[in-house]
Design a protein around this ligand. Structure first.
Ligand SMILES: Nc1ncnc2c1ncn2[C@@H]1O[C@H](COP(=O)(O)OP(=O)(O)OP(=O)(O)O)[C@@H](O)[C@H]1O
Length: 861
C-alpha cells in the first residue's frame, strides 16, 4: 500500500490470502496466552489510561472514534466507548494496537507502520512506543500549563493584594489615592497664603480641584487640569519681598595663621519694602561709577515711593548705547529696593503668546513670561527688566506692543489676564524697568507711559574710573589673580581707552581688560610651573599640610631661596619665610636630617626623635594659632606677597596683551583741508564725529550742480540741497561777484561710505563745507558743529547733545557750535563733560560764518 500526499490518493492492495476487508484483515497467528504479548498489551492499556487522565485532547480523540464506531457497526465490537476504558482489557490484542496507534496522534507514517505490521506482538510494541511518547508529551504540556498558570495567578495575586492594601490604608486614613494626594498637595500649597489669595482665584482653584477628583487619572484632561492647578497654586499672591538685614559675624578663628571663618549669618525680617534712600545710594554707588543724574532720578523715585508707601505705577526706561550699564543699573535698582530681579528680552519677539500665554486648550500650552516670572521669583513685587524694548517684533497674529501695553500700563495691569491662567492677576506691585538703545523706536503708546532716563555714554575720564575701580577689580577676582601680582599703569589704561575702546559704552573695554588679565594669568601660571621644585621635593612638601595650601606664593619663595643659597638643598628651600620656628627646630636635629626634616625615619631608633619633633611642632603651632590675630595674618600675607613676581602692563608692552591698536576713522585729517568740515552725529551706538567733504568736479558757465555720495538718506539729501542753496545765497551776499556755485559742478561726500546716514542735523556743516571750498578757506581743525538749517539760514535744534559733546571730546575738538535752542540741554551736562570746551550757540548761519571764517588765523590757502 502506498500513500501519496495531496490530493489523497490511496492505492489499495489486499493482502494475499485475505478475503476480509482491510480493517478485518487477518493477523499472523499468535498465542493469546503468551505472557509477553499480555504484558505488552497491559502496558499499552495502562499508558493509554494515564494519558487519558491528563490530556483532554485524547479524551476528544476517543470520543470521535466512539462516534465513528457507530457508523461502522462491525467496529462496535472492537472499539470501546471512552467511559468503558476499564474494560479495554477484553479486546483482542491486534485491535488494541490499532486503537492505540489511531488515537496517539502520531504522524501518518508511524501509524502506517503499525497497520502494516501483521505480527501482533511487534504491532503492540510499536503502539506502545507511540503512546509512551504521547505520555511524555502530555507530561511536558502539563508542566508548561502549570508554569504559565502559576505566573499568571502570581501577578493576579499581587495585583489583588495591592488593591487590598490600598483599600486598607485608605480605610485607616494612612494613605490617599493619587488624585487625593494631588489635591492635598495643592491645598497644602495654598493653605499658608489662603487669606491673601483673591476670592475669584480661590473659587477657580476649588472648582478645578473638584473637577480633578471627577476625572479619570489616565485621561488627558486630568493632566491639563493638574498642570493648570500647579501654575495657579504656585503664584505668590500677596507675598512681597521683605527688607532683610544680613548680619555676618566674623569669628576670628585662626587656623594656621591666615584663615578665619565666617561662621554665623542670620536674618532679621520686617515686612516693609526698602525705601531707605541712603542705603539705596550706597548700593548704586557700589555697583556703578558716575551716572549721577541717573542715580538721582532713581533716588527721587525711591523717595516718592517712601512718601506714598508704594513704588507702583512707574515704568522706568533706561536708554542709551550698548554697554553703558543699562542692564546692570536695573539689577542695582532691584538690590537697592530689596526686590527680586527678573530679566527677559523682548528683542525680536513677535508672538503675543510669549507675553500673554497660550490658551489652555492647546497641547503643551504655557503661561506667558510674567506668570513664569512670578512663579520663578516667588514674590508679587519683583523688579522686572524688559530688555531691548525698542526691538519689539511686529507680530503676524496679534500685536506684541499692545500686549506689552496691557502688561506695563499701571491702569490695566492690576487685572492682567494671562490666556493660560484665565483669571486676572495683580501686577500693579511689579516694578518694570525697560532698556532701549533708540527711544524713538519704542511704540508711542508705550513710550508715553515711561519715565525715560538717558545714559549717553562715558568720556575717557569716566572710563578710567570705571576701568580702575570696577572692571579691573572684578576681572582680577574672576581670574584668581592677587592685586600684588599685577600692575596696570594709568598710562596703559588711558592708551587702552583712547586707542582700542573709543565707543560710548564700556563693554569693549571690559573685554580688553579681561583679555589682559587672562594673559597675565597664563604668564603667572607658566612662571609658577618653571619655578616648581622637582617631583621629589613636592613629595616632601606633601607631609606638611601648610606648604600645600600656599602653593603659588610658596613655590615662588622656594625658587627665590634656592637662587639665594646655591649650596642649599631642597630642604632649605622648603622652609618658606613664614616658618622661622621650623628652621630653629631644625638645628636640633641630626645633621643628615636637617635638610629634610619631615622625611620618614630610615631607622627605627630615629622614630622616637621624630615623634618628639612632631610633638614640639604641634605645640608651637597651637601656641602660634592662639596668639596670631588678624593683623598678624595680614602681615604674613603681605610678607608672602613680597615674594611674588609682578606683571607690569605699561604703554610699551600693552600691544603684547591686546594686539596692535585698532584704526579709528573718526579723525582722518590732522589739518582740515579746504572744503572739509567736522560735523557731529548721533547713532544708536552713541555720538560720533563725521566729516563733510566737498570738492569741485567741473567748472564752466552755467554748470552749477551738486552730486551727493556716502549712503545718505532722503532727509540728508534734501538737507544737502538746502545747504547748496543757502551757501549760494550767503556767498552772493558776502562776495557778490563770486560766481563759484553758478559755474561749478560739485561733489559732496560723507565718509564712511558703507554706513547709511540720515537726518537734517548736518545742514550747517554742509553749508560751511561748501563755503570753505568756494572761498578757498579752510576751517579750524578743532572746530565741530551741528544744527539743522532752514532755507533762510535759521538754525534749528538737534537731538543727542550729550552724545555729540562726548564724541567731540573723544576727537579732541575744542570749539563746538550748537543751535541756541539746545543751550538748555548743554547746560544740564555734567561739569566734567563740558569742561575745557568752547561752545557757541547760534540762531542764524551768519553767526557760524563769522566763527568759522571770521578770524585772521584762518588764512587763505
Ligand atoms: N558706570 C559704570 N560703573 C561700573 N560698571 C559699569 C558702568 N557702566 C557699565 N558698567 C559695566 O559694563 C558692563 C556692561 O553693562 P550692561 O550689560 O549693563 O550694558 P547695557 O547698557 O545693558 O548694554 P546693552 O544695551 O548691550 O544691553 C557691565 O559689566 C557693567 O557692570
Amino acid at each position: 500500500m502506498q500513500v501519496s500526499e495531496d490530493p489523497l490518493t490511496v492505492k489499495v492492495d489486499h493482502l494475499k490470502a485475505c478475503s476480509l476487508p482491510f480493517f478485518m484483515m487477518q493477523d499472523k497467528p499468535y498465542d493469546k496466552d503468551d505472557d509477553v504479548i499480555k504484558a505488552t498489551s497491559f502496558e499499552v492499556i495502562s499508558t493509554v489510561r494515564d494519558v487519558l487522565k491528563t490530556s483532554s485532547l485524547w479524551r476528544d480523540h476517543v470520543q470521535t472514534y466512539t462516534q465513528l464506531s457507530l457508523s461502522y457497526s462491525s467496529l462496535l465490537l472492537s472499539f470501546p466507548r471512552c467511559h468503558c476504558l476499564q474494560h479495554m482489557g477484553d479486546f483482542n490484542y491486534s485491535r488494541l494496537a490499532d486503537f492505540g496507534a489511531a488515537i496517539s496522534g502520531a504522524n501518518k507514517l508511524l501509524c502506517q507502520q503499525v497497520l502494516e505490521e501483521l505480527d501482533v506482538y511487534k504491532r503492540l510494541k510499536l503502539t506502545l512506543e507511540l503512546v509512551k511518547k504521547e505520555l511524555e508529551i502530555s507530561k511536558i504540556q502539563e508542566s508548561i500549563a502549570k508554569a504559565i498558570e502559576e505566573k499568571i495567578s502570581g501577578e493576579q495575586r499581587r495585583y489583588l493584594l495591592n488593591e487590598q492594601l490600598k483599600a486598607i490604608k485608605k480605610e485607616l486614613g494612612l494613605e490617599t489615592d493619587d488624585k487625593s494626594a494631588l489635591s492635598a498637595k495643592f491645598r497644602e500649597r495654598i493653605e499658608p497664603n489662603k487669606e491673601k489669595i483673591p476670592p475669584h482665584v480661590l473659587q477657580v482653584i476649588e472648582e478645578e480641584l473638584t473637577k480633578l477628583q471627577l476625572l479619570e487619572a489616565s485621561s488627558s484632561e486630568f493632566n491639563v487640569t493638574r498642570n493648570y492647578l500647579d501654575w495657579l497654586t504656585a503664584l505668590p499672591y500677596g507675598n512681597y519681598s521683605q527688607f532683610s538685614i544680613l548680619v555676618i559675624c566674623n569669628l576670628r578663628f585662626i587656623l594656621f595663621a591666615q584663615l578665619y571663618c565666617k561662621l554665623l549669618c542670620f536674618q532679621f525680617k520686617c515686612s516693609d519694602e526698602n525705601f531707605d534712600v541712603i542705603q539705596a545710594q550706597k548700593i548704586l554707588d557700589e555697583d556703578h561709577y558716575g551716572l549721577d543724574d541717573v542715580k538721582e532720578r532713581i533716588l527721587e523715585f525711591i523717595a516718592v515711593g517712601k512718601l506714598r508707601g508704594t513704588s507702583q505705577g512707574k515704568i522706568i526706561c533706561l536708554s542709551g548705547p550698548p554697554g553703558v550699564g543699562k542692564t546692570s543699573i536695573g539689577r542695582s535698582i532691584a538690590r537697592a529696593l530689596n526686590r527680586k530681579f527678573y530679566r527677559f528680552s523682548v528683542g525680536g519677539l513677535s508672538d503675543v503668546a510669549e507675553i500673554k500665554g497660550h490658551r489652555r486648550t492647546y497641547i503643551g500650552a504655557m503661561p506667558g513670561k510674567m506668570v513664569q516670572c512670578l512663579k520663578n521669583v516667588g514674590t508679587a513685587n519683583p523688579l522686572v527688566l524688559i530688555d531691548e524694548i525698542d526691538k519689539l517684533g511686529r507680530g503676524h497674529a496679534g500685536d506684541p506692543a499692545s500686549a506689552m501695553l496691557e502688561l506695563l500700563d499701571p491702569e490695566q495691569n492690576a487685572n492682567f489676564l494671562d490666556h493660560y491662567l484665565d483669571v486676572p492677576i495683580d501686577l500693579s506691585k511689579v516694578l518694570f524697568v525697560c532698556t532701549a538703545n533708540v527711544v524713538e523706536m519704542i511704540p508711542n503708546p508705550l513710550l508715553d507711559r515711561m519715565e525715560v532716563i538717558a545714559i549717553a555714554g562715558y568720556i575717557s575720564d569716566e572710563k578710567m574710573h570705571i576701568a580702575r575701580d570696577y572692571l579691573e577689580k572684578a576681572t582680577r577676582e574672576a581670574c584668581g589673580i592677587k592685586s600684588e601680582q599685577v600692575e596696570v599703569t594709568d598710562a596703559a589704561l588711558l592708551a587702552l581707552i583712547e586707542n582700542y575702546c573709543r565707543e560710548a559704552g564700556v563693554r569693549n573695554l571690559q573685554k580688553h581688560i579681561e583679555k589682559i588679565y587672562r594673559k597675565i594669568a597664563l604668564q603667572l601660571v607658566r612662571k609658577g610651573e618653571l619655578n616648581k621644585p622637582p617631583v621629589s621635593e613636592v613629595g616632601v612638601k606633601g607631609h606638611d599640610g601648610r606648604a600645600e595650601s600656599v602653593s603659588e606664593t610658596d613655590e615662588t619663595a622656594v625658587g627665590a631661596k634656592i637662587e639665594a643659597e646655591p649650596g642649599g638643598g631642597s630642604g632649605t628651600g622648603m622652609a618658606s619665610e613664614t616658618s622661622t620656628e621650623t628652621e630653629a627646630e631644625n638645628k636640633d636635629l641630626p645633621v643628615d636630617k636637617q635638610q629634610t626634616p619631615l622625611n620618614l625615619p630610615s631607622e627605627p631608633k630615629e622614630s622616637g626623635k621624630l615623634l618628639l619633633w612632631h610633638l614640639a611642632l604641634l605645640i608651637l603651632l597651637i601656641a602660634a594659632s592662639s596668639q596670631v590675630n588678624v593683623e598678624t595674618a595680614e602681615k604674613l600675607e603681605s610678607e608672602v606677597s613680597k615674594t611674588v613676581d609682578k606683571v607690569l602692563v605699561d604703554t610699551p608692552n600693552l600691544s603684547d596683551f591686546v594686539g596692535k591698536p585698532v584704526f579709528h576713522a573718526e579723525r582722518i585729517y590732522d589739518q582740515t583741508p579746504v572744503g572739509v568740515v567736522m560735523g557731529l552725529a548721533w547713532t544708536a551706538m552713541g555720538g560720533s564725529t563725521l566729516y563733510i567733504e566737498t570738492t569741485q568736479v567741473e567748472q564752466g558757465e552755467g554748470k552749477g550742480a551738486l552730486h551727493l555720495t556716502g549712503q545718505l538718506g532722503d532727509v540728508m539729501k534734501e538737507s544737502a540741497q538746502i545747504a547748496h542753496t543757502v551757501a549760494r545765497a550767503i556767498l552772493s551776499e558776502k562776495v557778490p561777484d563770486n560766481p563759484f556755485f553758478a559755474n561749478s559742478k560739485l561733489h559732496l561726500h560723507v565718509p564712511a561710505g558703507a554706513t547709511p546716514k540720515d537726518g537734517p542735523s548736518a545742514g550747517c556743516t554742509m553749508i560751511t563745507s561748501l563755503l570753505s571750498l568756494a572761498m578757498k578757506k579752510s576751517v579750524r581743525k578743532d572746530l565741530a558743529m551741528t544744527g539743522e538749517v532752514t532755507l533762510t539760514g535759521r538754525i534749528l535744534p538737534i537731538g543727542g547733545v550729550k552724545e555729540k559733546t562726548i564724541a567731540a571730546r573723544r576727537s579732541d575738538v575744542k570749539t563746538l557750535i550748537f543751535p541756541s535752542a539746545n543751550r538748555r540741554d548743554f547746560d544740564e551736562l555734567a561739569i566734567n563733560v563740558k569742561d575745557g570746551l568752547e561752545v557757541h550757540f547760534v540762531d542764524d548761519y551768519s553767526q557760524i560764518f563769522d566763527l568759522a571764517f571770521g578770524g585772521d588765523q584762518h588764512g587763505e590757502k
